[in-house]
Design a protein around this ligand. Sequence first.
Ligand code: GDP
Ligand code: MG
Ligand code: ZN
Length: 259
Amino acid sequence: MLIKLLKNQQYNHHKTFQKPFHSHTRNDADRGNIKAGTSKIKVIRKVLDVNDAIAQQNRELFAKKGVFVINVMSSPGSGKTATLEKTLSYLMPEIKCAVIVGDICTSNDADRLAVSGAPVVQVNTDAFGGDCHLAAHVIKTAVNNFELEDVDLLIVENLGNLVCPAEFDMGEDLRLVVLSVTEGEDKPVKYPLMFRVCDATLLNKIDLLPHLDYDRQAAVKYIRQVHSDMPIFEISAKTEAGFGPWIDWLKQKINLKLK
Ligand SMILES: Nc1nc2c(ncn2[C@@H]2O[C@H](COP(=O)(O)OP(=O)(O)O)[C@@H](O)[C@H]2O)c(=O)[nH]1
Ligand SMILES: [Mg+2]
Ligand SMILES: [Zn+2]
């Protein structure tokens, strides 16, 4: 099943608050009315409060229906879809999965993931300026396309971006960040919020290590610097190296909630 869902304008956070902030704050501060930054903090807080309230509704729905939800994030091209294609092949049909994929354009990833037989909903953001993250109300709408009673695991592939997806709770149980060895070792310290909010790192593309000057110990050190006890799974979505520990850990997390 492949359903295209277009986001509507209200949840483009860049459109709804960044633009007004830049003009208002600068003008008001210039006029001496308010301190620079005041309106930005208030408006962002409000957007995130609304998001958190919907995330809580999602969480209650998922608890009622017995669905475990994971939110998979990374920069573009680090291998979210490739990792999920392989992960689905390990989990299904024993664990009944459904997938929501966010992208600016195309249904490429949804097409790849639908091969697994899992129902897939594609969320495209291009018609409204190419929003760069998924938020709680998008998930709330998208799950209407599934029979949640028949789903054990809902996988959300977020948009490729290490920044704002980390700020938006969607009501998920687990957040994962995929970091590939081609991105450099220092991304965890450059994008610390992402690594702070995630529950595990999938260090992907380890099959390429022989061809790179990649210092994996430095990468692990940087991850631990931001999130000291974070589980790190070194995997290759190409060769399936490291998939045993990753799949076992994920199944354990799912069983803890659903059993
Ligand atoms: N060598 C290698 N390539 C990979 C691996 N995982 C993904 N890729 C490749 O990296 C590119 C981006 O992968 P994709 O899954 O689309 O990344 P996404 O944008 O994060 O969803 C594709 O060409 C994949 O075939 C891996 O473990 N090893
Ligand atoms: Mg993808
Ligand atoms: Zn965004």
